[in-house]
Ligand binder design. Structure first.
Ligand code: NAD
Length: 361
């Protein structure tokens, strides 16, 4: 829990945190800019019913920091940022609120470029585009491309853990059948995998069932015996206990900040469960919206090839984790290796203005 914002900003190298309130629309939003590159930070906007301001602040800070790593990892020349809107997207998301939010982002003058995330859809982004120039994912919905990247990341995991990247006979447990999870389930079934899905929404579960997936209650997904556990709902779902009990060989999903603590990553590694670092495997949407923002038009064949590179980046990190483990004489998790890999890339961009703390959580 954040107790002193300035201490947190100094410790983690945040550049700016902006809090916005509009009495008329009821908008309460926070934008966190961790780093800028080319004077710009990017990251989606999440709308969620946070129980308190501190919860919202904690989430936006950790998500913004992860975006810095994600941009670096994907070779995107933006810094990392994120925004949260406090409220229930089902109940509180009105046109007035979205307009007010769009105008707020416009007032930041392009320092923060944003798009969809949990609770904000492509339709919302298209609506907000009327009032704001700094939106991504307007003509290209990033979610299917995120799912496509996760699928390719899973192939790299299967290759590394089982020596074969085929999905035939592979059982994947997908937590969360939202914009990414549902498309991922579809792609997996199409590729020959057996898929089990959980979601809070009955409607989404029914849609997954009609795709050919099996469905379980939200709590049951952690107990499903499978090859791949795929977190595609919210972050922080793998704490130490979950890491000790998951019944899978691989963890690979789209959710940001899947690990509740660094130790959870270590426990997975010690158990021989291969973890695909989230900020690498879920970069497909970012790669898409960055291409759209920079080039306006997208060559989809080229884009898909670029996204498929996620598999190679993961393989590089898996090799690094093995090498570091050998060198240090103790298990180095793929999560830790990915951070060191990304920080090395950051150091190589030596023009960086400020130091980024080595501490990720
Ligand atoms: P979404 O809001 O469309 O879907 C999230 C789904 O998870 C919803 O259907 C919700 O009901 C379900 N859910 C929430 N809590 C759950 C629980 N405890 N158990 C089971 N289901 C639960 O969001 P999305 O865009 O699909 O994103 C999913 C995750 O991937 C998020 O963490 C997001 O930050 C991350 N991500 C998304 C993208 C993208 O392109 N959309 C890109 C990168 C990362």
């Amino acid at each position: 829990m954040i107790t002193d914002l300035f201490v947190e900003m100094e410790r983690e190298g945040f550049e700016e945190v902006v809090v916005f309130h509009d009495r008329n629309s009821g908008l309460k939003a926070i934008v966190a800019i961790h780093t800028t590159s080319n004077s710009t930070a990017t990251g989606g906007t999440r709308m969620w019913k946070y129980p308190s301001f501190k919860d919202a602040l904690g989430d936006v800070l950790s998500l913004a920091r992860a975006m810095t790593f994600k941009c670096i990892g994907a070779g995107i020349d933006f810094g990392g940022g994120k925004a949260v809107i406090v409220g229930d997207p089902e109940r509180d998301k009105t046109k007035e609120l979205l307009k007010s939010y769009a105008e707020f982002i416009q007032s930041l003058g392009g320092k923060f470029v944003t798009g969809e995330d949990v609770g904000i859809t492509n339709e919302d982004v298209r609506f907000m585009r009327r009032y704001c120039d700094y939106l991504t994912g307007v003509n290209y919905d990033p979610s299917p491309f995120t799912a496509y990247g996760v699928l390719h990341g899973m192939r790299a995991c299967l290759k590394s853990a089982c020596g074969d990247e085929s999905f035939e006979g592979v059982h994947v447990a997908v937590q969360g059948a939202g914009k990414v999870g549902m498309e991922l389930a579809r792609l997996l079934i199409e590729s020959g995998a057996r898929v089990t899905v959980s979601d809070l929404s009955r409607e989404r579960l029914e849609a997954c069932r009609s795709l050919g997936a099996e469905c379980v209650e939200p709590d049951e997904i952690y107990r499903v015996e499978c090859d791949i556990f795929s977190p595609c709902a919210l972050g922080g779902v793998i704490d130490d206990e979950t890491a000790r009990n998951l019944r899978c060989r691989i963890v690979a999903g789209s959710a940001n900040n899947q690990l509740k603590s660094t130790s959870a990553g270590k426990i997975l590694a010690e158990r021989g469960v291969l973890y695909a670092p989230d900020f690498i495997i879920n970069a497909g949407g970012l790669i898409t919206v960055a291409n759209e923002y920079i080039y306006k038009e997208i060559d989809e064949t080229k884009l898909r090839r670029e996204i498929e590179g996620i598999g190679e980046r993961l393989a590089e990190v898996f090799r690094l984790a093995e090498r570091l483990s050998d060198e240090r004489g103790e298990v180095v998790s793929t999560h830790q290796a990915a951070i060191e890999w990304a920080m090395e890339k950051m150091r190589a961009k030596s023009e960086k203005k400020h130091v980024i703390s080595g501490k990720y959580y």
